[in-house]
Each structure stands twice: as C-alpha cells, then as structure tokens.
Ligand binder design. Structure first.
Ligand code: TMP
Ligand code: ASP
Length: 253
C-alpha cells in the first residue's frame, strides 16, 4: 500500500496513518552524527530500534507515562498518535559524557552529584543549541506549566529506565526525550514522542563500561551493529530469526 509521506527525518520517516490522528513511524538504518556532518548506515538498526522503542514505550505507559505509541505494525513500522512536536530535546544525564564532558571539562564516566536535565532547541540549521527555560517561555515553544510537566515526566522516565537497564547489566548514562501535544476534544495533553533507543541513549555495560549505543558509530569504535543487537538481546526483544530478520526486504525474482 502506498501511503502519503508526511515527514522524513534523519533516522525515521512518518507516513499518514490508517485513521485520522494516527501516523506510521518507519525506522531506517540510516545514522547521522554531529548534526548530519557524519553519515552512515547501521544494518538492522531500524528493525532493532523499532522493537526497543516499542518495548520501552510500552513499559513506560504501564507506569503511567503517556506516550504517542499505539502498536508495532511490522519489522520497521509502528503506529503512533499524531502529535504536535514541541521543538525541544530534553536531555537527562546521570553520568558525565558527550557534550557535557566537553563543554565543562568533566571527565567522561564521572558520576554526577544528581541527575541533570538540559533543554536544546530542535533546529538543524542552528545545530540544536542548548537553551534555558527563559528562552523556551520567551519564544513561546512551551509555557512554564508545559516545562514542569516535561521535567516531571523526564525524571520519572529516568528513574524507571535506570532501574530497567540496570536489571540487564546496563548503566543509563544519559538520554534524550522529545514530547508532543495531543488534543482530546478541547483538552491538551503532553505525551512522550519520537523514540527511545541506543540512538537516543548512552548505555554502558555495568562491569566493563563498554559502550553499547550510537557512540560506537559517532566515534568509529567498531562493533556498531553488534552493540544494538546486544541491547535488544538483553531486553529480550531481539527478533527470533536473529540476523536473518535484519536484512530488510529482499527481492524474490
Ligand atoms: P550529548 O552529550 O551529545 O549532548 O548527548 C546527550 C544524549 O542525547 C545522548 O544520550 C545522545 C542523545 N542525543 C540525541 O538523541 N540526539 C542528538 O541530536 C544529540 C546531540 C544527542
Ligand atoms: N542525531 C544527531 C545528528 O545527526 C546527532 C547525534 O545523535 O549525535 O546529527
């Protein structure tokens, strides 16, 4: 079935959904880093991120965090509620890494005294600059009540996912969330949107500190596909057929 494409991002495509108010989110194998200055393909990533995000969003729903996720449709697609994306990336950090280490000169791996939440303005041309609550409210991207709601959800997600990942031998170093607005009749609700996957989280093995996330691609560490597979395996969502399922569609002639 040909569906109308609504939007194409760096790692996903959104298509019109089967009913009004729904969309189909398609996960690509494409990977970018440093605001798309670095481009590549991580074979099977789309299939794995579809499963991993399905699993995590479903678990979050079960503890009362509302999300856009409806159900997985197939290997690379999931049905989601159509939301108006709030143009912010909400980052939660537990251990120093990445841009925080670079900006503030804190050694990667240093535990933070408490979880730190940061906001970035989603704008590719500007390279997603960090912004404060002042910027967010002044420019009307969200009001103080919206910010408070996102902050509360982000901290609940952090508490829950930290425990969930620890249970499978992974440290949740940091992660990025996106939120969207959903209208039910006249009521506006803020829900978790986008995806939660090794593209948007830093995950380190508890005992070896081995990186099992997109930093393997960003930093050319090798074993990129294997890292995504390992996260899926530990969460119990690695497709049964294994790598056979990860090749994407094959033409039968
Ligand atoms: P950072 O250390 O590069 O600021 O990244 C913090 C977290 O946010 C890390 O888990 C990766 C994730 N992230 C994204 O999901 N998308 C992005 O565009 C960036 C820069 C980071
Ligand atoms: N996804 C972002 C980009 O392309 C950055 C990143 O995840 O490192 O550029």
């Amino acid at each position: 079935m040909r569906r109308r494409q609504i939007y194409e991002g760096k790692a996903k495509v959104l298509f019109e959904g089967p009913e009004p108010g729904t969309l189909v989110q398609y996960f690509k194998d494409d990977a970018t880093a440093f605001n798309a200055q670095k481009k590549g393909v991580i074979t099977g990533k789309g299939v794995l991120n579809n499963r991993i995000s399905e699993y995590l969003m479903t678990r979050l729903e079960s503890i009362g965090v509302p999300t856009h996720f409806v159900r997985r449709l197939n290997m690379r697609e999931q049905l989601i509620r159509e939301v108006e994306i709030i143009p912010l990336e909400v980052v939660v950090r537990n251990i120093a890494a990445g841009s925080l280490s670079k900006r503030l000169g804190i050694e990667e791996g240093a535990p933070l005294p408490r979880s730190i939440v940061e906001y970035y303005y989603k704008n590719d041309e500007l390279g997603d600059p960090m912004v404060s609550e002042e910027h967010i409210t002044s420019f009307g991207w969200a009001n103080t009540q919206d910010i408070d709601e996102m902050l509360q959800y982000a901290l609940r997600v952090n508490d829950f996912l930290t425990g969930l990942f620890l249970g499978v031998g992974l440290k949740l170093v940091d992660f990025k969330l996106e939120f969207g607005r959903l209208w039910d009749d006249e009521e506006m609700r803020i829900v978790l949107a986008d995806e939660i996957s090794p593209d948007s989280c830093r995950l380190w093995d508890v005992t070896t500190n081995e990186k099992l996330d997109k930093d393997r691609f960003r930093r050319d560490l090798g074993g990129v596909e294997e890292a995504y597979q390992e996260v899926a395996r530990r969460l119990g969502v690695l497709p049964e057929a294994g790598p056979v399922d990860l090749q994407g569609p094959r033409l039968i002639q």
